[in-house]
Design a protein around this ligand. Structure first.
Ligand code: NAD
Ligand code: UDP
Length: 314
């Protein structure tokens, strides 16, 4: 296959490029470098099956030659980033998804959308099955991301139903690992960076809110299987076995990094914790049944790998 991956210079996009290259496919990476870095793709420079186009996918997209699959991963993903870039986030989820769908239709390619557990908002049920419609505040600060992704899902289903496009939607739950930026702002890189630089770990609120943390390699495997499946409805990919409070995550990172950092609770005065989901855990029944997929990497192993990566970066 010849595959277009948008958001290729980001954390997940760059790992996806590696997977498709390793499977023998040809990859065209596209990114405007808003939150990504060419460092994540440096090892692919000069590879005969990899090329890169610097482009904002919210603008009309031109790619020469055949394309068999489009994987649309371009979008700010860290709350810090989408709060800093609210309008580019809305545009890439709406216009960017429209453009990438249009390209897929033109090329006769299969399309896979990177959606998110944020479509469930601050959920009233835990764990969240795909059948749950969500609890999103459309006009809150997080709405720029959540509603953009909800629109992206809606237009993806419309291209499937109206144009007969082959589409896939993955709802990704909190994923972490190497190639996240030191200053990404999401909780795992934040805590690891703080632990390794002997700064206090900043728990927002009381730290009772929960997340289930997935190591990137499990996600990439799930995405690869989903693309090759026949499933057009959304599929959750996340690790339900690792649900923990943010306070517990802080304690684990301090322990695994053998850090002396204290853990402090703070109340950010900006928009960062407005509508912060209080619980989150995927129901992965569909991924198990449709894809034969299960997460394999336990939290302690993934965190240790990620701590080692950040130590090297520092
Ligand atoms: P990231 O910020 O590392 O990567 C996003 C990439 O998209 C960056 O390289 C950025 O420069 C690029 N980008 C943003 N706007 C663009 C535009 N208009 N045109 C071209 N490129 C653009 O984030 P990530 O964690 O790798 O997330 C990748 C995708 O996965 C996003 O769509 C995100 O919503 C989704 N996702 C990630 C997680 C997670 O836990 N990591 C969870 C749910 C969903
Ligand atoms: N969080 C925190 N301290 C930090 C960064 C994040 O306590 O330094 C909390 C945040 O309020 C949220 C959780 O960690 O409850 C996960 O935040 P993240 O930004 O990683 O992703 P989210 O799941 O909110 O999209």
């Amino acid at each position: 296959m010849r595959v277009l991956i948008t958001g290729a210079a980001g954390f997940l996009g760059s790992h996806l490029c590696d997977r498709f290259i390793a499977e023998g496919h040809t990859v065209v990476g596209m990114d405007n470098l808003l939150t990504g870095s060419m460092d994540n793709l440096a090892h692919l420079a000069g590879h005969d099956r990899f090329s890169f186009i610097k482009h904002d996918v919210s603008q009309y997209i031109y790619v020469a030659g055949p394309i068999d699959a489009v994987l649309h991963f371009a979008s700010p993903a860290s709350p810090n980033d989408y709060l800093e870039y609210p309008i580019p986030t809305l545009k890439v989820g709406s216009l960017g998804t429209h453009n990438t769908l249009g390209l897929a239709k033109h090329k006769g390619a299969r399309f896979l959308l990177a959606s998110t557990s944020e479509v469930y908002g601050d959920p009233e049920v835990n764990p969240q099955p795909e059948s749950y419609w969500g609890h999103v505040n459309p006009i809150g600060p997080r709405g720029v991301y959540d509603e953009a992704k909800r629109f992206a899902e809606a237009i993806t289903m419309a291209y499937h139903r109206y144009h007969g496009l082959e589409t896939r939607i993955v709802r990704i739950f909190n994923t972490y690992g190497p190639r996240m930026r030191l200053n990404d702002g999401r909780v795992v890189p934040n805590f690891i960076y703080q632990a390794l630089t002997n700064q206090p770990l900043t728990v927002y609120g009381r730290g009772t809110q929960t997340r289930a943390f997935q190591y990137y390699s499990d996600l990439i495997e799930g995405i690869y299987r989903l693309l090759h499946s026949n499933e057009t409805l959304p599929v959750n990919i996340g690790n339900p076995y690792t649900e923990m409070s943010v306070m517990e995550l802080a304690e684990r990172i301090v322990e695994r990094a053998r850090s002396q950092s204290p853990i402090i609770c703070i109340e950010p005065t900006d928009d960062r914790i407005v509508d912060d989901p209080k619980v989150r855990r995927p129901d992965i029944t569909r991924a198990r049944e449709l894809l034969g997929w299960e997460p394999r990497v336990p939290a302690d192993e993934g965190l240790t790998q990620t701590i080692d990566y950040f130590r090297q970066r520092l």
